[in-house]
Design a binder for this molecule. Structure first.
Ligand code: NI
Length: 201
């Protein structure tokens, strides 16, 4: 398996709507395995294809003891009145975290890596993860969904000189600190530093 390099905000692949997965073959299985390995490397809870430069509708997740891979996900909100007032982060926007309200319960339906139909219901962090990762597949980052003032703060931080250097050092630290978290729930994985140099094939 291979640790994949994670794309940062500003990379066009993160803004490109991903293509549906149509071939459930060994190449897809290897991609999913590599995405899992990359995600575990930094104890991320989720990772979407575009974050590793692959414009396909696929994401991996690992929240508590629940882990898996979903292709061609569709998210349906359950319990529309309930809102999770948690905060969020993203390793494609590393070092930052902001509060973002999301529906507390969702159902995601899609396919597994063998093409089999799957349907998962989730609440709390897992529900947030499913929504965050599915957003990635449409070219949307969580910072796009922040309220006006928070969104301005986020973009100011991103545009500041040194964001990228800081981002890479945050990712390096995270890579060495399994189990750590910053900015609330962080979705993604990183592959900067030694691991990335060895693995970017
Ligand atoms: Ni993300």
């Amino acid at each position: 398996m291979t640790i994949l390099a994670v794309r940062l905000v500003g990379d066009p692949v993160l803004r490109t709507p991903a293509e549906p997965v149509t071939r459930f073959d060994d190449t897809l299985a290897k991609l999913a395995a590599d995405m899992h390995e990359t995600m575990e490397e930094v104890a991320g809870v989720g990772l979407a294809g575009p974050q590793v430069g692959v414009s396909l509708r696929i994401f991996t997740f690992h929240v508590g003891d629940q882990r898996g891979t979903v292709c061609n996900p569709v998210v349906e909100v359950l319990g529309g009145e309930e809102v999770d007032h948690g905060s969020e982060g993203c390793l494609s926007v590393p070092g930052l975290g902001f509060p973002l309200d999301r529906p507390a319960r969702v159902r995601v339906s899609g396919q597994g890596i063998d093409g089999e139909r799957l349907e998962l219901e989730a609440e709390g962090l897992l529900a947030r993860c499913f929504q965050h990762e599915t957003d990635h597949l449409g070219g949307t980052l969580y910072i796009d969904k922040l309220s006006g003032e928070e969104r301005k703060r986020a973009w100011r931080a991103i545009r500041e000189g040194g964001f990228e250097d800081n981002a890479q050092s945050v990712l390096r630290e995270r890579s060495g600190a399994v189990g750590s978290a910053f900015g609330g729930a962080t979705f993604g994985g990183s592959a900067f530093g030694a691991a990335a140099q060895g693995g970017a094939k």
